[in-house]
Design a protein around this ligand. Structure first.
Ligand code: TXA
Ligand code: MG
Length: 308
């Protein structure tokens, strides 16, 4: 029998401890009941994800988030401005039962986000509680930005699947920790400048990575090796261009040099380049490091194995 593909079927699957392929505005997620340790364990298993790397609790609205996490004035201002949307806040945990220990990897903090995608929002409302939803890729691989890619990565482990079409943003949410000094743990579509305008300067993620465990490993990686800031294609390489750095044979993330378009195309084009017949590597053109470019270059460096 086909798996359920509607909200009611997805809610039933979640209540039974099952996993759901879920579209969001950033990337597709693999969702489970955040309060159910067995369901959360199944998420880690499906992704092959190390259990020291905590998950994001997704909520329908800020009222739900305030029940789970301790909101300070900075959190209130950021949520008021950017939720629902591609921003995750790391805050002290307030309700340890709502987001189980395993979901938080045993930390006394929790990452919360209210997604803007109408299907994600509808599912969260219908379910009535927080859902963990890591990107639906297997650990270390590029995040899926289409329904087909999500099914290919972890669809087998899901009890229900929701098709929301291609993801509008294409990069995972910005992650900001508001524990002591505000820190940018993962750049994203809500840019550094957007956040600093509201709450002042952001520190970098700590080098020891304990506060953002998911940042330690090689990530977002295709199978072929990546060569970054390439100004031309070498023999055997697939070309991933940007703006004027075009090439007849390959892909161009954005011929018009539009960073939003490049972000939306990034993971799908990395996957497509990875499938090219007989290629020995992927060469990526220079991409400006301003605005959304910071997040694009962050994902590219990690995909290439340069983990800073
Ligand atoms: O856009 C997104 O955020 C997507 C969609 C599906 O919502 N989800 C996503 O989840 O990217 P995931 O699990 O792939 O990435 C979560 C990131 C990881 O880098 C993890 O280490 C970090 O958030 N994180 C989660 N909880 C944390 C915590 N308590 N402290 C520090 N970092 C945390
Ligand atoms: Mg991920």
């Amino acid at each position: 029998m086909d798996k359920p593909a509607d909200i009611a079927g997805a809610v039933a699957a979640l209540r039974a401890g099952g996993l759901v392929i879920l579209p969001t505005e950033t990337v597709y997620g693999l969702a489970a009941d955040a309060a159910d340790p067995r369901a959360v364990a199944a998420v880690y298993a499906a992704k092959g994800r190390p259990a020291f790397n905590p998950l994001i609790a997704h909520v329908a609205d800020v009222a739900t988030a305030r029940r789970i996490a301790v909101f300070d004035d900075r959190a209130e201002r950021l949520a008021d401005r950017f939720w629902p949307g591609p921003l995750t806040l790391v805050l002290p945990i307030a309700d340890e039962g709502a987001v189980c220990d395993l979901a938080r990897a045993g930390l006394d903090t929790v990452a919360v986000r209210a997604p803007a995608h109408p299907i994600a929002h509808a599912l969260l409302l219908a379910f009535g509680g927080p859902l963990v939803a890591p990107s639906a890729n297997r650990s270390g691989r590029p995040s899926p930005t289409t329904y087909a890619d999500a099914l290919e990565e972890t669809g087998e482990a899901a009890a229900a699947t929701l098709d929301g079409g291609p993801c509008a943003i294409g990069l995972e949410s910005t992650v900001v920790a508001l524990l002591d000094t505000p820190r940018l743990l993962r750049p994203g579509a809500v840019t550094r400048a957007d956040i600093e305008d509201l709450i002042g300067p952001l520190a970098e993620a700590e080098a020891d990575a304990r506060r953002s465990p998911g940042r330690m490993t090689r990530h977002y990686a295709p199978n072929l090796p990546l060569r970054l800031n390439a100004e031309e294609r070498l023999a055997g390489e697939v070309w991933l261009g940007y703006g004027r750095w075009g090439d007849a044979g390959g892909f161009n993330l954005s011929p018009d040099s539009d960073l939003t378009e490049a972000a939306a195309n990034l993971f799908a084009y990395l996957r497509a380049a990875d499938r090219a017949d007989g290629a020995s590597g992927i060469a990526v053109a220079p991409i400006p490091d301003t605005g959304l470019g910071e997040a694009i270059n962050d994902r590219l460096r990690r995909a290439a194995g340069f983990v800073g």
